[in-house]
Design a protein around this ligand. Structure first.
Ligand SMILES: Nc1ncnc2c1ncn2[C@@H]1O[C@H](COP(=O)(O)OP(=O)(O)OP(=O)(O)O)[C@@H](O)[C@H]1O
Ligand SMILES: [Mg+2]
Length: 241
């Protein structure tokens, strides 16, 4: 009987995840998939300071609400990761979700706007509804600058200011009722973001993800080439430059 129930739950999760994909975002409910996200935490190399900071100021307070209340810490519901392209922002965002072990929703805003232009407001609102339904949830909004752009930079019929308003009011709601939802935005153009996003209770944690230094680049190469046949004389020192 129990086995059958687990099976039904699994089928429903699969179905939900398929529907999500069709609607332009990824919904990760499956425990195995969440575990594999968690393993990405250890695969992020060279960002130890950032990982420590995230662990103490974001993950621990969200995980142990009672403890953080005892110390007067307010749980953070919004983290913005910014930095140049390809430095691991998306990877880190996914790893944070895995570390928390929460339902994970991933949406690429650039894609949402280009593929589902007329539908994008509905889809963004839907995302938050789904997140609440499956809470605790991490919502990863990739290419955040596609919507977060300062409102002054728009022409009047642009859909993005309306998306921004939806986002702001959803984030305010999450903070106000202290819901178990964490929104992680990633961008490489933080200077374009609307200052309203950085008001208290929204993206309270803004983290710069720097490009890797030589040592980190060597570690990345080692990780990528692990178990692969490589020439003896090919040293990491010569490659990483
Ligand atoms: N710190 C890191 N540790 C391990 N691998 C990394 C790291 N940074 C980047 N990578 C590798 O580079 C790939 C690209 O990283 P990622 O997509 O997270 O970059 P990004 O910062 O989100 O870039 P973009 O701004 O273009 O979206 C990853 O899939 C990963 O393989
Ligand atoms: Mg990215």
């Amino acid at each position: 009987m129990h086995f059958r129930l687990v099976e039904i739950k699994f089928e429903q999760e699969e179905k939900q995840s398929m529907i999500a994909l069709e609607r332009g975002y990824q919904l990760i409910l499956n425990k195995d998939e969440l575990r594999s996200l968690a393993s990405e935490w250890d695969n992020v190399v060279g960002l130890d300071d950032i990982k420590n900071e995230i662990e103490t100021s974001v993950i621990t307070p969200l995980r142990d609400v009672k403890l953080s209340q005892k110390y007067g810490l307010m749980p953070i519901h919004g983290v913005l990761l910014f930095g140049p392209p390809g430095v691991g922002k998306t990877m880190l965002a996914r790893a944070i979700a895995g570390r928390l072990g929460w339902t994970t929703i991933i949406m690429n805003l650039g894609e949402l706007l280009s593929k589902y232009y007329g539908e994008s407001e509905n889809r963004l609102a839907e995302l938050f509804r789904v997140a609440k339904n499956y809470a605790p949830t991490v919502i990863i909004i990739d290419e955040f600058d596609a919507i977060g752009k300062a409102r002054t930079k728009y022409v009047s019929d642009d859909v993005t200011p309306r998306l921004l308003n939806i986002l702001l009011s959803e984030m305010d709601g999450i903070t106000k009722s202290n819901e178990n939802i964490l929104v992680i935005g990633t961008t490489n153009q933080p200077d374009l973001l609307d200052p309203a996003l950085l008001r208290p209770g929204r993206f309270d944690k803004v983290i710069y993800v720097p490009p890797p230094n030589e040592e980190t680049r060597a570690k990345m190469l080692e990780a990528m080439l692990r178990g692969k046949p490589i020439q003896d004389q090919l040293t990491m020192r010569s490659l990483r430059r």
